[in-house]
Design a protein around this ligand. Structure first.
Ligand SMILES: Nc1nc2c(ncn2[C@@H]2O[C@H](COP(=O)(O)OP(=O)(O)OP(=O)(O)O)[C@@H](O)[C@H]2O)c(=O)[nH]1
Ligand SMILES: [Mg+2]
Length: 467
């Protein structure tokens, strides 16, 4: 199979998932009739260098889950141990020949590697095994392209995908080699090399277009966010490793919310035992008795070695995290690797300049923790055990959250004109009323309000409201 087939394969797979990628259509005019269906057979290739056995096994299991999330069917796992990755073929040329044999016997259509390969390693391995090679980044990009629903998410994925392709173009036209010739330095280039140059220019051009379009969407998003914060509600963001239970926690809070009967199930977000179930950000208002109301956002989960270009491309989606007043770092506390997940989440937050935001560490899935393992909550601690499934620990979580939301509380003493019914409602919903008197010029209210709401009241009444 030629590399051109590999590109065509990509296009067909994207089109079959309704993710139209205008740039890649350029390649449709190329040859071959390969088609990709769901449950495409693949072989997983796992290279172990210096990691402990348990770590290696965990990484293999995670790769299997990623393949499931991408609808690929594993036909087998080929492992190799080397002191360090082979510079040329990643697994060594002998192992590559063995892999070729397994591909022929199993009918696998391509291979998926445990880690990321350099463009040269990918090109050389591909040449030996004669089927496409996907590395970890490619697999994650593919899952994201399947899940992206909103226009913004699709553009973000396409940007990350093209950035990933750019340094790998060298391998795509290798079958055309240095054909061509003639006089002059440009004319001396082979067809393959000219094609690479052309592709590189087209891809760079498309990336520029995508970035412009994303910048416009981001502007709209910023205006929306500004509008929301002017409403005076604090924002709380759910973050954490993929599959930790972020969306389930959002749904549990929606169930507990006073708005549950008005909004019904259509406000619920998608939750599933699958990596990267959520890709697009959802924001919901949560109003629970005795807790200051807040806006809650649920967004894409993190994973180890999340492709850097993907994080960059998703910066505007993740802006809800950057501008949040409080972060809930959700972990699957029944997973023996949850401390590692916590570290990866914190590293990603550092990349997003969001590590300084006040946070609560939410140890979810307490119902699945082995008997004897701690699930007890200590009042005042920023570590809270909960179960989004059974509701265990939800009151502790809400008390801790309300404490943080209330840390900037201010007493306001204002005269609201009789035409300001909306503002009075907001104070009733978000603050604690101390006194309320109906006077000739308006309603004289004294109330304790969260900092954001107090700022909102100031902006509405055009001055300081502090009593
Ligand atoms: N037993 C148990 N299962 C839970 C709990 N919370 C969530 N789950 C399950 O864990 C799986 C993943 O839950 P999600 O809420 O989709 O996880 P997420 O963090 O939003 O995942 P991504 O969107 O992929 O990042 C689902 O099958 C949930 O039913 C819990 O407290 N206990
Ligand atoms: Mg989710």
């Amino acid at each position: 199979m030629y590399i051109t087939d590999f590109i065509y394969y990509t296009i067909k797979s994207r089109i079959s998932h309704n993710n139209y990628c205008p740039f890649l259509c350029y390649y449709i005019r190329m040859n071959t009739d390969i088609s990709v269906e769901d449950q495409t057979p693949v072989i997983l290739v796992c290279l172990r260098t210096d990691e402990a056995e348990e770590e290696f096994e965990y990484a293999i299991n995670e790769l299997k889950s990623l393949c499931e999330a991408c609808d690929l069917e594993s036909k087998g796992i080929l492992t190799q141990a080397l002191p360090h990755p082979d510079n040329s073929t990643w697994i060594g040329s002998g192992k590559a020949q063995e892999l070729k044999y397994h591909i022929e016997v199993s009918g696998a259509e391509f291979v998926v590697c445990l880690k990321n390969l350099s463009p040269a390693q990918m090109k050389n391995l591909q040449k030996i095994i004669e089927v496409p090679v996907w590395d970890r980044t490619r697999l994650i990009l593919e899952i994201f392209s399947k899940r992206a629903r909103t226009r913004e998410a699709r553009l973000q994925v396409e940007t990350a995908y093209l950035q990933y392709m750019l340094p790998r173009l060298g391998g795509m036209w290798q079958h055309l080699g240095r054909q061509g010739g003639g006089g002059g330095s440009r004319a001396n280039k082979g067809i393959g090399e000219k094609q690479i140059e052309l592709d590189r220019r087209q891809i760079s051009h498309r990336i520029t277009e995508l970035k412009k379009e994303l910048a416009k969407i981001e502007q709209v998003r910023n205006v929306q966010r500004g509008g929301r914060s002017r409403d005076g509600y604090p924002s709380v963001a759910l973050v954490g490793y993929t599959n930790a239970g972020k969306s389930s926690l959002m749904n549990r809070l929606l169930d507990m919310s006073d708005t549950a009967s008005e909004t019904g199930d259509e406000k619920k977000v998608f939750e599933k035992d699958m990596l990267f179930a959520t890709l697009d950000t959802s924001i919901r208002k949560i109003a629970i008795r005795n807790v200051r109301p807040f806006l809650l956002s649920d967004t894409v989960g993190f994973i180890e070695n999340i492709p850097h270009d993907l994080i960059k491309a998703f910066r505007s989606t993740l802006a809800e995290v950057r501008y949040a007043d409080v972060l809930l770092i959700v972990m699957d506390s029944s997973d023996p690797h949850h401390q590692m997940h916590k570290k990866i989440t914190e590293d990603t937050l550092r990349d997003l300049n969001a590590l300084d935001i006040p946070k609560i560490y939410v140890y979810n899935k307490a119902d699945l923790r082995a008997t004897g393992q701690n699930t007890k909550n200590v009042p005042g601690s920023d570590h809270v055990y909960i179960s989004a499934l059974t509701g265990y620990g939800m009151d502790d979580l809400l008390a801790t959250l309300d404490n943080i939301l209330g840390s900037g509380d201010r007493t306001v003493d204002v005269l609201i004109p009789y035409s300001g019914g909306d503002l009075l409602n907001r104070i009733h919903n978000g603050g604690r009323i101390i006194s309320e008197e109906y006077e000739e010029a308006g309603i004289h209210v004294t109330a304790v309000c969260p900092a954001l709401l107090a700022g909102y009241i100031d902006s509405c009444l055009g001055g300081s409201s502090t009593g």
